[in-house]
Write a protein that binds this ligand. Structure first.
Ligand code: HSE
Length: 441
């Protein structure tokens, strides 16, 4: 425990975009934190593979090291900030920090998405905290909202645009009528998308964030592998235009619902009504919709990435730990992760409506298509045939159907002579269902 009014030592491991922002934010705001909260944050040690990263932050050179173990072992470091990302050595860093009785602040969604239960357990055993606001949606304080301000609620649904790269790409496709590959290449050129875009465009990043939020919101184990996952590579300009005609906008949503059958958790391109608040979130911005049974619908909007927005979340976590310490008290130990583990709804049991576009030989294919769908119990709300020759297509809007039945129907459709290709399959979200179970006023 610290004596009142002593400095709180911070050790930052990783000085990239986020870590550099954290050091610069603390250095520039140190006096105001002291003035406003009586907290004196001191970046005692910082670690990176590149000395020039430390120099760029303005940190004194003698505080820099290339060895993370020196940061964790430094007796003046009270809070270890892990910002290197990935599983290793981030896991080793956190284990070493907990073993040394130090609190950890991290933005590491990949690690937490897989191992939050184990890491929170280690923190609890060590009597320290693991804080991770920056791991989901950058600067948006949604983890804090779920862990503090909304705890009076049973959370019913989380639905979020939690990946800025894909939202940027989909927004530009929508605005310009351009196809995915062209916008992706442009986004890479402009630095909005990574050279290897897989983690973002194939939904891995959003799946980790969905798992983290679901496990916090529903007090149960949800890991990244539990999340049904489909990315945006197959979305075309034609799909976006067709969605608009139907009154929908396509967003890559991470959705987690607390249902009677268990936790439903999925990331996929989703058609949502164009007048829904999430539909208006454009560019690289993030937004997370949280529906609580008492509070009803809430939406948290802001920057999901970037140096200072993400540093804002990291330093907020540091200050939350430092607040009791600076008053001579120890922060409460991490809670044991979950009291019970709820089932995860199996992927084939998920129920959705679907938009399906088929390239067909001619409009006469319609009867065969409808018969094939009916054989698998897939009811339709609308079926339209359009175009001729090469351009002949049939679009179908299904009623709600299990993924398992829909997959079987799609396999049969692909095998029909009259169907040249299943060009597009996109889930259509029942946004009204997100509030099922809310308390009546
Ligand atoms: N690659 C992420 C995104 C960065 O595009 O949102 C923040 O986690």
């Amino acid at each position: 425990m610290k004596d009142a009014n002593t400095r709180i030592g911070v050790g930052v491991i990783g000085l990239g975009t986020v870590g550099g922002g954290v050091v610069r934010l603390i250095l520039s705001h140190r006096a105001s934190y002291l003035h406003n909260y009586g907290i004196d944050l001191d970046v005692v040690r910082a670690c990176s593979r590149h000395a020039e990263d430390a120099a760029a932050t303005g940190l004194a050179p003698e505080r820099f090291t290339e060895n993370w173990r020196e940061v964790v072992a430094d007796p003046d470091v009270d809070i270890v900030v892990e910002l290197i990302g990935g599983e290793h050595p981030a896991m080793d860093i956190m284990e070493a920090a907990f073993a040394a009785g130090k609190h950890v602040v991290t933005a590491n969604k990949a690690l937490l998405g897989r191992h939050v239960e184990r890491l929170a357990g280690l923190a609890a055993e060590a009597g320290v905290q693991l804080r991770c606001e920056a791991s989901v949606a950058g600067g948006i304080p949604v983890v804090n909202a779920l862990e503090h301000a909304l705890t009076a609620n049973e959370v019913l649904t989380i639905a979020g645009i939690m990946n800025g790269t894909t939202n940027y790409i989909l927004s530009r496709m929508e605005r310009e009528g351009a196809d995915f590959e062209r916008v992706l290449a442009d986004a890479q050129r402009l630095g909005y998308a990574e050279a290897d875009p897989t983690a973002d465009v194939d939904g891995f990043d959003a799946a980790s964030k969905t798992a983290i939020l679901a496990s916090i919101a529903f007090h149960t184990r949800v890991v990244t592998d539990d999340v049904f996952q489909e990315g945006i590579r197959n979305i075309s300009a034609e799909d976006i235009a067709a969605a608009r005609e139907l009154g929908y906008t396509i967003k890559l949503l991470g959705i987690a619902r607390n249902t009677a059958d268990g936790v439903e958790t999925r990331v996929h391109p989703t058609m949502i009504p164009s007048d829904h608040q999430l539909a208006s979130v454009s560019g690289a911005m993030n937004a997370v919709y949280v529906v609580g049974d008492a509070v009803g619908e809430t939406m948290f909007y802001g920057a999901g990435a970037g140096s200072f927005p993400t540093a804002s979340a990291v330093v907020g976590d540091i200050l939350a730990l430092a607040e009791p310490m600076s008053r001579g008290a120890a922060p409460l130990a991490e809670r044991e992760p979950y009291r019970a583990v709820r089932p995860i709804v199996a992927a084939e049991e998920l129920v959705n409506r679907f938009y399906v576009r088929l390239d067909v030989e001619d409009a006469d294919a319609r009867a065969a298509v409808e018969a094939a769908l009916a054989r698998h119990g897939v009811a339709t709300e609308a079926v339209e045939a359009a175009g001729e020759g090469e351009g002949a297509r049939i679009t179908v809007l299904t009623a709600a159907v299990r993924e398992g039945e829909m997959a079987a129907a799609l396999t049969e459709l692909e095998g029909l002579d009259v169907v040249r290709a299943v060009a597009s399959v996109i889930r259509v979200e029942d946004v009204a269902a997100w509030s099922e179970g809310a308390m009546e006023n």
